[in-house]
Ligand binder design. Structure first.
Ligand SMILES: *[C@@H]1O[C@H](CO)[C@@H](O)[C@H](O)[C@H]1NC(C)=O
Ligand SMILES: *[C@@H]1O[C@H](CO)[C@@H](O)[C@H](O)[C@H]1NC(C)=O
Ligand SMILES: *[C@@H]1O[C@H](CO)[C@@H](O)[C@H](O)[C@H]1NC(C)=O
Length: 454
């Protein structure tokens, strides 16, 4: 507004001079780019995306970790479970529902399911929650074993006799937890169990007063139902429990009412940190979280070579009497029957706490050690990368990358929620109701926390 006509005339030469100088440099840079003239001029630049190196080694197909089950049609075709682990013929009066979530790597799911069954857990109480995001593809047998979301639906439901619930789309860890809770509420359960899928369990055969892992878990249920459970005799105040932990949270029993009272899991915190949030809120609200023991629980990254070992049979004599079929047996009944009777004829039940048990224990300990030595503890999640073109296919590298990013943002959300970095939220002195209302504490000044892999 204040620029007079006269001063405009003063500025004009300056503007023109500036324009000339920039034009000069622009031309100069174009000229320099063009020098020296390449012998084979580069083809004109194409519009469009620049692709990453797309070379990908497709991992070899996974081996069969349970050949007997591959040939079986029903639970009757499997070896009987060890006599000392058999659940009571009539179901215990208590409900014993167990949820096991599954997204990737079938061999570990098969192993955890078989280990619970052979440790006495009734198959009809086991609920595999298929969280692959592939809808009915596994039910219809449409995925190949090199697809990381592959799951043998037929074997789970028809041979092992467990239940499968399929999520409508991929759920985060926290969403999956809320699904268990909601399933329990809809089924009028007052408590339930859930297990990690990357564990293998076994009964304490070497302990005095033997009880199977399952019956020890039932004992814990009964303990929580005692009238004087968590009763402070001095004050007469009765405490309430939130969870019962068996080997960290590898097997966990959940009190439905307590979790519902706290509003369930925070699904804004999808993966790591959401357990810190949940269990910290339990303790802020004075809900007890006792540590229990029902049996051995191993954190594993691999399957035993042949799950038959969990049925604890041993060869009848020194002669080589194992399965002598030509391996071509399909699902023809007569072949299966002769195969299984040959297997049963050539083996006999082992005894409790035998040397075979101690060998098995050592093997499971070794598998657990392998996982601890593995820098990326969850590398089992990356062992299948095939399946391109199959229903609901998702690029495996993209899946992993997106998952890691989702994990990271969830961790950040939890930090903002409590103004605190790290799992020990109570360290910040916060209480229920302080969520989203406190400023960052001193932990934000420290170097960025190292990520916890568990
Ligand atoms: C749960 O309890 C309600 C009320 O007693 C009943 O109507 C319903 O059928 C029960 N649901 C199941 C799955 O048992
Ligand atoms: C189980 O076997 C081990 C090794 O032989 C032995 O030390 C232990 O006492 C046994 N336990 C029981 C309950 O018999
Ligand atoms: C195999 O056995 C099942 C039940 O055990 C029966 O329904 C089926 O018809 C049998 N198949 C053949 C080919 O015999």
């Amino acid at each position: 507004m204040g620029i007079s006509l006269r001063s405009r005339w003063v500025f004009l030469p300056l503007v023109l001079a500036l324009g000339a100088v920039s034009l000069y440099f622009l031309r100069l840079s174009i000229f320099h780019e063009a020098q020296p003239v390449p012998e084979n001029p580069a083809p004109p630049k194409k519009k469009g995306p620049i692709y990453k190196d797309s070379h990908r080694e497709i991992a070899p197909p996974l081996p069969e970790y349970f050949p007997l089950a591959a040939k079986a049609n029903s639970p009757a075709d499997l070896p009987p479970i060890p006599s000392w682990n058999k659940p009571p013929a009539e179901h215990v009066p208590e409900s014993t529902r167990l949820y096991i979530g599954f997204t990737r790597f079938w061999p570990l799911l098969q192993q955890v399911v078989v280990s619970y069954i052979t440790a006495g857990w009734p198959p009809e109480d086991i609920y595999v929650v298929e969280n692959t995001g592939t809808m009915d593809a596994n039910k219809r047998g449409l995925l190949t074993i090199q697809n990381s979301f592959y799951m043998d639906y037929h074997r789970l439901t028809k041979v092992f006799g467990v239940n499968v619930i399929t999520t409508s789309s991929l759920q985060t860890f926290a969403q999956l937890q809320n699904l268990y809770l909601s399933e329990a509420i809809n089924n009028n359960l007052t408590y339930y169990f859930w297990s990690h899928m990357d564990v293998a369990v076994h009964s304490h055969e070497d302990k005095e007063d033997f009880k199977s892992l399952y019956m020890r878990a039932v004992d814990v249920i009964r303990e929580t139902q005692q009238a004087d459970y968590l009763l402070d005799k001095e004050t007469g105040k009765k405490g309430e429990w939130g969870v019962q932990f068996f080997a960290y949270d590898w097997l966990t029993m959940v009190n439905v009412k307590t979790f519902a009272d706290l509003g369930g899991w925070d699904t804004m915190v999808g993966y790591y940190g959401t357990d810190c949030d949940m269990y910290s809120r339990l303790s802020m609200n004075e809900y007890h979280q006792p540590i229990q023991d029902a049996g051995m629980i191993y954190d594993v990254t691999n399957s035993l070579e042949d799950l038959e070992i969990l049925y604890r049979r041993r060869p009848k004599n020194a002669k080589e009497t194992r399965d002598t079929s030509d391996g071509k047996a399909g699902r023809d009944n007569s072949t299966i029957l002769s195969l299984n009777s040959a297997y049963l004829d050539s083996t006999e039940p082992d005894t409790i706490n035998s040397t075979h048990f101690h060998d098995l224990k050592a093997t499971l300990e070794q598998i657990q050690q392998d996982k601890r030595d593995d820098k990326y503890r969850n590398s089992w999640q990356l062992r299948q990368n095939g399946g391109e073109g199959e229903p609901y296919y998702y690029d495996p590298d993209g899946f992993e990358k997106a998952l890691q990013m989702t994990i990271e943002v969830g961790t950040k959300i939890n930090e903002e929620k409590w103004g605190h970095r790290g799992c020990n939220i109570r360290e910040a002195g916060v209480k229920e109701g302080d969520q989203w209302r406190v400023e960052h504490d001193g932990t934000f000044k420290k170097r960025k926390m190292k990520r916890r892999w568990f």
